[in-house]
Ligand binder design. Structure first.
Ligand code: F6R
Length: 603
């Protein structure tokens, strides 16, 4: 979602801010802007669409200044337009903002009553109006910013610059992440360390409720009670902030290709002398129930994991999507373990669900890709998935890495609860160790998959089917296809077909079926026959043994024969590649599909 950058530099900052905004493009945005202070004068440039449009604007109307803030906006209040783009400037102050100001209507009415003229539909402009009002009342810029912050409700990160102040940025974090970068006689601000990677690896993460005064000499940080405080300065591993495509056409292609290496890396990170070495504090023996909460792809990873925790650990699992979880009345208990799964670690709904259970369950655990994220910081135990930065909006390597960490947890839970004997545990660990090799074999089928997807390019709808752990895989396949090719796709448990969706089947409907030759194969094939009997265009994805048992399937893809535990990781590859190549056929923007944001920091 929205991205924030701020620079107090020794040189012209517009090009530096633009470059940093480019590094945030992956988060998804629909307009962008920069404001600078030059010889005391505050000015700004904004443009709708990609950053190239802002860059063009800056060529024709340069924006001098050595202090400035920049923003990429993902529209919430008011559509994408120049008027709604950030920074919002009112009088002597300009503001950039991520998140949502929940009381903006009341504030807007109050400011309008006081004579303010609004020029946008955004909630953000109320922040600028309030700060400007305080400046007009004679407050200093820092006082005005502070007084403004006290009036705001909601979840946000924001930064202010002021006319007449070319060595000052005031920033605040409440609900949305923000970090400060330290340079040589320069200071930076970013919504994540990736934005600042070209400038510095010395980062201070603001904590929830913090606000800060930045000058070129350093940062003064205050907590939510206005007490001056210090937050640790950390060195960010630059490898974790690399955002190049390494010769691939898209980030998504690179990230899919990285999966064997990522899984190997993560497995190594969790390997110890006695097998699996999970972080201390994770106590499956005292858990009587597991609550898995996540959104989107991460939720589908949890859905696969439910089968594993039940099968390998005999542990009851409750599963929910984060945006629903806290709006029902979930029954929570001290012996429950709640696990929150999130690539970004910043998803607003997942974070809110975590806060909802805190104090009501025994253990709060997170499985994240960003260990410095809010979800990680607020958990009792954190299991990083070690996938490295995921830039493509469609989650790929994070999904398989989440699956792997959840599989390790399920096996460890089985061991800790005495449910899994040592030999079975060792055999399943061998399966996990074999996964990277099988994933590499699945990736080798890319050409075949590309040819198969030609039949999807002009489809209006696509149906995905699977049983057991292949059902969440079908859901993931449909989500990937929708996201990046914009083709309507649905997924069903194959057995549900005749309870409604079979009415959709005709000769125009492609039906993609994930069916490894496992205990459920025959049942899935029966459902496939029902589709074929109605002229549905079946594409069966199975292994040699499975394909040998069926004939007359019009389209098929042969996968390696794999142990059931790792089938979801391996079958994730065709799910991803089908979406990717269909999107290429259709010419959509694979890495930044329309309307989508990488890190969903609003509810
Ligand atoms: C799909 C996708 C989204 C995310 C979801 C949760 O490809 O990327 O569905 O999985 O927005 O995001 P995280 O995992 O960051 O909480």
């Amino acid at each position: 979602m929205c991205g924030i950058v701020g620079v107090l530099g020794q040189h012209e900052v517009s090009p530096i801010i633009l470059d940093a905004l480019k590094r945030l493009e992956y988060r998804g945005y629909d307009s962008a802007g920069i404001a600078t202070v030059h010889q005391g004068t505050l000015d700004r440039r904004r443009a709708v669409g990609k950053l190239i449009n802002l860059s063009d604007t800056l060529v024709h109307q340069p924006l001098p200044g050595r202090a400035g803030i920049g923003h990429t906006r993902w529209a919430t209040h008011g559509g994408p337009s120049v008027a709604n783009a950030h920074p919002h400037q009112v009088g002597r102050v300009a503001v950039v903002h991520n998140g949502i100001i929940e009381n903006f209507r009341a504030l807007r009415a109050e400011m309008t009553e006081a004579g303010a003229q609004f020029s946008s539909e955004t909630d953000t402009e109320t922040i600028a109006q309030l700060a400007s009002h305080h400046l007009d009342q004679g407050m200093t810029p820092v006082q005005a910013a502070r007084a403004t912050l006290k009036r705001l409700e909601g979840a946000f990160a924001l930064a202010f610059v002021f006319a007449g102040e070319d060595d000052l940025i005031v920033c605040a974090r409440r609900g949305s992440p923000l970090c400060i970068g330290h340079g040589e006689g320069e200071m930076y601000l970013g919504s994540d360390a990736i934005a600042l990677a070209a400038m510095t690896d010395r980062i201070t993460y603001l904590e929830e409720g913090d606000w800060a005064i930045l000058t070129r000499a350093g940062a003064q940080i205050f907590d939510a009670e206005d007490r001056q405080t210090s937050r640790p300065l950390t060195r960010v591993d630059l490898a974790q902030t690399r955002v190049d495509k390494s010769g691939h056409r898209h980030f998504m292609a690179k990230e899919m290709a990285e999966q064997p290496a990522v899984l190997q890396q993560a497995l190594a990170a969790y390997s110890g002398a006695g097998g699996i070495a999970l972080p201390e504090g994770l106590d499956f023996a005292r858990a009587d129930r597991l609550i898995l909460v996540a959104c989107g792809t991460a939720h589908y990873a949890c859905q696969v994991a439910k089968y594993w925790f039940e099968q390998f650990a005999g542990l009851p699992v409750e599963l929910d999507i984060a945006s629903e979880f806290r709006y029902r009345a979930p029954v929570l208990g001290a012996s429950n373990m709640a696990v929150f799964v999130s690539q970004s670690g910043e998803t607003a709904d997942t974070l809110a669900a975590l806060r909802h259970v805190r104090g009501h369950v025994g253990q709060v655990v997170s499985v994240v890709n960003v260990p410095s994220s809010s979800i990680a910081r607020e958990s009792d135990v954190v299991l990083p998935i070690h996938a490295g930065p995921e830039i493509g909006v469609a989650s790929t390597k994070a999904f398989t890495a989440q699956l792997q960490v959840l599989a390790l947890m399920a096996l460890e839970a089985g061991r800790a609860r005495g449910f899994l004997d040592a030999a079975t545990h060792a055999a399943r660990m061998d399966d996990l160790r074999a996964a990277p090799g099988y994933i590499a074999q699945a990736l080798d089928r890319e050409d075949e998959i590309r040819r198969l997807t030609e039949m999807l390019a002009n489809a209006r709808d696509v149906l995905f089917l699977g049983r057991g752990a292949m059902f969440p895989l079908a859901l993931e396949g449909a989500l990937k296809l929708k996201e990046i090719s914009y083709i309507h796709a649905e997924a069903y448990a194959a057995g549900e077909l005749k309870h409604g969706p079979i009415a959709l089947i005709d000769r125009d409907l492609p039906v993609i079926i994930f069916a490894p030759h496992d205990a459920l194969f025959d049942k899935t094939v029966s459902n496939m026959q029902e589709v074929m009997a109605r002229q549905g265009r079946v594409m069966l994805i199975s292994d040699a043994a499975g394909l040998a048992e069926v004939d007359d399937v019009p389209h098929w893809l042969q996968m390696p024969a794999v142990p059931p535990l790792i089938a979801p990781m391996v079958y994730a590859i065709p799910a991803q590649l089908i979406a990717y190549h269909t999107a290429l056929h259709r010419g959509t923007d694979v890495d930044q599909p329309r309307n989508l944001a990488k890190s969903v920091t609003v509810e």
